[in-house]
Design a protein around this ligand. Structure first.
Ligand code: 13P
Length: 257
């Protein structure tokens, strides 16, 4: 039985002070149920790099894990503006989102670069949350499977079975991100099944049975239950709706988990 994951990607939002306020409000909403929730689901938030330290302090003593949104693959060096895995770990991060579509499409990150980052995360025992997903154009051209195959295979290249089983993959169709257009549970399930087949082919069925595949793209309190009810959808990576304590608390409490 795979534990569900409800993850909030704050993107480029919330200063350290605002991060503290949101986490306090979120904890006030879910802490009373924390023990029950922790039985079958993991919760994590991904603040921007500058707010990680403040977030880590506010999360102390909770079951909510801390994720970063990106990192460089080198440990240190002349890489102006970048942040490394050891730096993220020093701030208390346990997970890192890699290959988000905004990194791929707005900042030109290639499959090869993303794979280097995934391998660096694994080396430093940060759990990578590898994002994959097709654009609207690729979707319309019937290329979804091809894109998912390429991004998933390349993203996990060089990992051993244990690391692959611990990794988290997030299917985020680019056309659903920030658009209010969610993939239907059936559409998402189909792609999640494909991702699991890719993992099985490369790492074996045991690994494919363990790896958790999240859905992201316009997840809200109103559609989360339907998505998470699918056997193949192991949770949600939530953007906009994770920026308000009440909506993210509702998502965390999803009945179907
Ligand atoms: P939205 O939930 O705002 O569509 O963003 C999804 C996303 O990109 C999460 O990583």
């Amino acid at each position: 039985m795979r534990r569900k994951i409800l993850a909030g990607n704050w993107k480029m939002n919330l200063t350290p002070l605002e991060a503290r306020q949101l986490i306090r409000a979120l904890r006030a909403a879910i802490d009373p149920e924390a023990a029950a929730l922790a039985r079958d689901r993991d919760v994590l938030v991904a603040p921007p790099a500058v707010s990680l330290a403040a977030a880590a302090q506010e999360l102390a003593g909770s079951n909510i894990a801390l994720a970063a949104q990106n990192m460089h693959y080198e440990d240190q060096g002349a890489f102006t503006g970048e942040v490394s895995a050891p730096m993220l770990k020093a701030l208390g991060a346990t997970h890192v989102i890699l290959g988000h579509s905004e990194r791929r499409h707005l900042f030109g990150e290639s499959d090869e670069l993303i794979n280097r980052k995934v391998r660096a995360a694994v080396k430093h025992r940060l759990v990578p949350i590898l994002c994959v997903g097709e654009t609207q154009q690729e979707h319309d051209a019937g290329k979804t499977t091809e894109v998912i195959l390429r991004q998933t295979r390349s993203g996990l290249e060089g990992l051993d079975g244990r690391a692959a089983a611990r990794a988290i993959i997030a299917y985020e169709p680019v056309w659903a991100i920030g658009t209010g257009r969610t993939a239907t549970p059936a559409q998402a399930s189909l792609v999640h099944g494909t991702i699991r087949e890719i993992v099985a082919e490369r790492f074996g069925t045991e690994c494919a049975g363990a790896v958790r595949v999240l859905y992201g793209g316009s997840v809200t309190p109103d559609n989360v239950d339907g998505l998470i009810a699918s056997h193949d959808i192991d949770g949600a990576l939530v953007g906009g709706a994770s920026l308000k304590a009440d909506s993210f608390a509702r998502i965390v409490r999803t009945r179907a988990a």
